[in-house]
Design a protein around this ligand. Structure first.
Ligand code: SF4
Length: 371
């Protein structure tokens, strides 16, 4: 048994310690009895996992798109019926159709793995070269589910992050996206020898400008269908990639690259950020420091109220009670239950196998489905 700190738990800890203490599987592990709000981001991510599923990347769009829509519907259907669910269904369906139209004009990679769970030992920053142990002597692991890892034409690996946004995020926020940087670190630690060049932030506008113009008919790479690079191409494709970077590919890479490359295609924006070695390595030290704080028995669990995150916090009622000096026990007992001790990961398409690289692929598609 290990002590696992997920990327979500880390984010919760940094957002508000009180919220983290209520909900963390390592703390009070309280779960609201009310159904969770619809997570459109999650549903779109589930759909894009099918869109970029390496084993189907070379299949005809006409076969893949219905499966993408189905994955989205399945995710939305997990929520109980409500007006909000209908709105999310309509909006998400529209977002996906726009994605089908515009993504081929910006996709300049081949997908390697989707929805992959990675687990790495958190370093003990007090003792270099040693892993952190919990007070009970358990190994402390950082866990993350990486949405997509792709390879470009130079066989450089990229961690791809999907965001559904109301406005484009400012570049500083993307540069400082510590979850994405931590995913690079965790990926490299899990797949040794597979250094990551950086992160690609795939943003989808919820409300695009009224006039988007006509979606381009061509693809970025010239490959018909969904564009990108075929799984069978030696550059950028998935199946042909060796376990580690090939020296010949390393040699042909340009020596200088812009740190940030950004382009907009209709309702999509792609921001490609090269991450430095220091940046990725620093993530390990930072996570080490943060988890050390989490494990501190004298940690002060002060709240961090903010109009940005409190409206969506499940623990507002007990938090308000505590803020007024009242006992939140009644609120907690009537509106929450205790969740499982360990985080249970719902297996997703491609997780653990079928993701493309160094793993078994699904059977060949019917001959008529190949583009
Ligand atoms: S309501 Fe705000 S301050 Fe209170 S626990 Fe939630 S996030 Fe923290």
């Amino acid at each position: 048994m290990d002590y696992r700190v997920s990327a979500q738990e880390r984010a919760a800890f940094k957002l508000c310690r009180r919220q983290w203490d209520f909900g963390s599987p390592n703390r009070q592990r309280l779960q609201a009895l009310d159904p969770e709000p619809i997570d459109l981001n999650r549903a779109i991510r589930d759909a894009l996992a099918v869109y970029y599923y390496p084993g189907m990347w070379d299949w005809q769009s006409a076969i893949v798109f219905p499966l993408v829509r189905k994955a989205f519907m399945r995710s939305i259907a997990a929520a109980p019926p409500s007006a909000e669910r209908m709105q999310a269904l309509d909006l998400g369906t529209e977002l996906l159709e726009r994605y089908f139209d515009w993504a081929p004009s910006v996709d300049d990679f081949g997908p390697l793995k989707i929805e992959t769970d990675v687990e790495v030992i958190v370093p003990d920053i007090r003792e270099p070269d040693r892993g952190l142990l919990s007070p009970d002597g358990l190994r402390v692991l950082y866990t993350e589910r990486v949405a997509l890892v792709s390879a470009d034409e130079d066989n450089q690996y990229w961690v791809v992050v999907h965001h559904v946004v109301t406005d484009w995020q400012d570049i500083e926020s993307l540069l400082l996206d510590e979850a994405a940087i931590a995913a690079c670190w965790a990926w490299e630690q899990t797949y040794l020898g597979m250094d990551v060049a950086g992160t690609i932030h795939n943003e989808m506008l919820r409300s695009p400008p009224d006039v988007l113009g006509t979606a381009p008919t061509g693809t970025r790479t010239g490959r018909i269908g969904r564009g990108g690079y075929s799984q069978n191409e030696p550059s950028g494709g998935g199946r042909m990639l060796p376990p580690a970077e090939r020296p010949d590919r390393l040699e042909r890479r340009p020596e200088t690259h812009p740190r940030v490359e950004q382009e907009i295609a209709g309702p999509l924006r792609r921001t490609k950020i090269r991450r430095t070695r220091e940046e990725i390595d620093t993530a390990a030290q930072q996570i080490g420091a943060e988890v050390l704080d989490m494990l501190d028995s004298h940690l002060r669990l002060y709240p961090t109220p903010s109009p940005r995150h409190c409206p969506s916090c499940a623990f507002r009622a007990p938090c308000l009670a505590m803020t007024h000096g009242a006992d939140p026990a009644l609120e907690l007992a009537s509106r929450f239950r205790q969740g499982p001790e360990a985080v249970s990961y719902e297996p997703r398409l491609g997780a653990g196998g079928g993701g493309g690289r160094n793993i078994s692929l699904p059977g060949n598609p019917p001959p008529s489905s190949l583009t």
